[in-house]
Write a protein that binds this ligand. Structure first.
Ligand SMILES: Cc1cc2nc3c(=O)[nH]c(=O)nc-3n(C[C@H](O)[C@H](O)[C@H](O)COP(=O)(O)OP(=O)(O)OC[C@H]3O[C@@H](n4cnc5c(N)ncnc54)[C@H](O)[C@@H]3O)c2cc1C
Length: 385
């Protein structure tokens, strides 16, 4: 069978590896001309790492991943510890440790595993057509590709989504901007084996270790969508937003490189369950666009890959039937994750300031039990168990 995939992100590249090893002829088309992912790093939780292991990438993933042994929340103003606990229960209960990984390195690993030379870069899908025998994609350069199935892993602003659903779905601004990047791991900012978060006034600052002795950092700033601050002025802007915060936070601001720091407005999309139209299926953010507040968007795209591969490996009636079974097995869990992340986003970013204050108070008495329950709870229904 010939399977076309649109998008070489986490979703498209992982699906490409999985479907090709079933013996299908797989073609990946990607609009950008080189691997330049938006965002510095992502935390791949055990449900996502298990998929990477299952794709044969366990050793490479472990080599790229940061070792995060502890988690700690700190007071915004003083930097005092609100709570600190081991993340070992996550590993023990899931059978796999989490790995924060630099995004470009994760992406490169997946692309190389598929075969970079086999990814057709600079190909922007502009239209989809299908009949009872095949599906054809047209690209912006006027060329076309035809296959038996089309997996649209074309991301949060998916063009294929409207084709599949039959209407344009509006994404919703989550009310905050995430400023992120990589810096060298600095013990004067935080312990280098710990995920450390400073919280206060509906804002968050986070550092976690990734491979290569670096911290992945992010700052969440509550502000309206559509602002366009100068790229080089990010330090000044963060220093103003976080005035009065702990010295470690300001040390982090002084270490960052404004030229490689990303600023991302955070959106999500109400869950929807029409993921398939005939021979075309959505996968990854195209199907379930979440805020990053539980760190599960990319992991969810990886979960899609497992279920898609299983559907292709185990069913034989027709392509539309296989794709429909994939969607039926995935859309509820993926939609639940979107809603859980949305609730966390509201709590963490002060949508109701009283609730956010109550959460800070809880953190001051936390021994890890509740936070770990939440993290593990996000993963218990994952397709690899
Ligand atoms: C700030 C932030 C932090 C995050 N942190 C985490 C985290 O810690 N853990 C986690 O699991 N997830 C996290 N996520 C979510 C994660 O990044 C996404 O869920 C994941 O990247 C989705 O992968 P994807 O392949 O579906 O989409 P993408 O990575 O967006 O890839 C889509 C690809 O399709 C291409 N494309 C788009 N349109 C076309 C077209 N018309 N023709 C051809 N190609 C096209 C794009 O160029 C792109 O390469 C975070 C997201 C953000 C914004």
């Amino acid at each position: 069978m010939k399977i076309l995939i649109i998008g070489a992100g986490i979703g498209g590249a992982s699906a490409g590896i999985a479907l090709r090893r079933l013996g299908h002829e797989v073609e990946i088309y990607e609009q950008v001309t080189e691997n330049r992912p938006v965002g510095a790093a992502i935390s791949v939780w055990p449900n996502g790492v298990k998929v990477l292991n299952w794709l044969g990438l366990g050793a490479q993933t472990a080599a790229l991943g940061g070792r995060v042994e502890f988690m700690s929340y700190r007071e915004a103003a003083t930097g005092e510890t609100m709570c600190r606990f081991s993340l070992a229960p996550v590993t023990e209960q899931m059978g796999q440790r989490p790995y924060p990984i630099a995004r470009a390195e994760l992406q490169a690993m997946l692309m190389e595993a598929f075969g970079v030379q086999d990814i057709r870069f600079g190909k922007r899908m502009s239209a989809i057509e299908q009949d009872e025998h095949s599906v054809t994609v047209t690209f912006a350069d006027g060329t076309t590709a035809t296959g038996d199935a089309l997996i649209a892993a074309d991301g949060a602003k998916s063009l294929a989504r409207a084709y599949v659903v039959g209407e344009e779905l509006e994404r919703r601004y989550a009310g905050y901007v995430n400023v992120n990047g990589l810096v060298r791991a600095d013990p004067e900012v935080a312990p280098t084996d710990q995920w450390t978060l400073w919280v206060g006034a509906g804002k968050r600052v986070s550092v976690m270790p990734v491979g290569g002795d670096r911290f992945y950092f992010f700052f969440d700033v509550v502000e309206p969508a559509g602002l366009r601050p100068e790229r080089g002025a990010v330090r000044e802007s963060l220093a103003a937003h976080f005035a009065g915060w702990a010295p470690e936070v300001h040390r982090l601001i002084s270490l960052m490189d404004p030229e490689t720091t990303n600023r991302v407005e955070i959106f999500d999309l109400d869950p929807f369950h029409t993921w398939v139209k005939g021979r075309v299926a959505l996968l990854g953010d195209a199907a379930h666009n979440t805020t990053p507040d539980i760190g599960q968007g990319g992991c969810s795209a990886l979960e899609d890959t497992v279920v898609l591969e299983r559907a292709f490996a185990t069913t034989t009636i027709s392509v539309p039937d296989t794709l429909a079974r994939y969607a039926a097995a995935r859309s509820r869990r993926a939609g639940d994750l979107v809603l859980w992340a949305r609730r966390r986003a509201a709590l963490m970013h002060g949508e109701d300031p009283e609730l956010t204050e109550a959460w800070y108070e809880e953190l001051r008495g936390e021994d890890g039990t509740n936070v770990l329950r939440g993290i593990i709870g996000n993963m218990v229904d994952n397709p690899l168990g």
